[in-house]
Design a protein around this ligand. Sequence first.
Ligand code: GUN
Length: 305
Amino acid sequence: MSAKIIDGAQLAMDIRRDLSRRVESLEAASGVTPGLAVVLVGDDPASRVYVANKTRACKAVGIRSVLHRLDADVEQDSIIAIIKALNEDPSVHGILVQLPLPPWIQSRPVLEAISVEKDVDGFHLYNVGGLVLGDAIFSPCTPYGVVKLLESVGISVDGQNVVIVGASNIVGKPMAHMLMTRDATVAICHAKTRDLAQFTILADILVVAAGVPNLILPQMVKTGAVVIDVGINRMADGRLVGDVDFEALVKKASYITPVPGGVGPMTVTMLLENTYLSALRSQGALVNRAGNAASGDEAFYASGR
Ligand code: GUN
């Protein structure tokens, strides 16, 4: 068997092209340009790269982005004060605090300061709770991107055994809720799971977000499984690899995402989508909890606002 490669780079490009058009239409109809404020604390090199990618992607689709770079020794209260000002700024529709924050800053009060309506990362407790109930305002970008990737190749998770490796707040936990909402049977494994293979072998769909290169070997995966690799690991020789043994699994899986070019480009794309939807909502458009305009964006334009 040779797996079909799920091309996240292509899907991201298609969605972004469509998004540019929708951003233009929104501007023409209402004069509103979607705006994203990004807060970056300290100078973690990986975070700087991620933030640069996000601001570049905003520009490419016509979303205005403003970067607030703060020194690592900034007071927690100062970060919260900046977020509160952004909450009040009508030109800002999305606020993103890049994680991780320096260890001496508590991330929870910082994330909770973000207005729920502008929480395009979906990390606020209210949105986390909404995800559990199946009606979050914003879905976290990486798992949202995985859902879109599966949909793009017509894979339904309904009734499927999904095994998620990695139980982070950013990927594994929200992923589990989003898939449960779609009627998958979900198991989450993590660093303390004993005998990982006894779980992964059962997966019809395996989502791996552990940050460990070559964690998933072919003997741990059922023939014909769908393999979604969320890992991004920089090797000593400079190569980027995921968490699965891609060369071996491409011969055993039915579908697989590559690294790079799989989940990564979708994460940023879903951030753009959430920011656009937030701007749309700020204009009174009905946007449902799954993140789509109520009856297409047309509902908004038809309303004449
Ligand atoms: N750090 C790693 N991934 C993310 C993400 O999706 N959002 C934010 N804010 N920080 C991150």
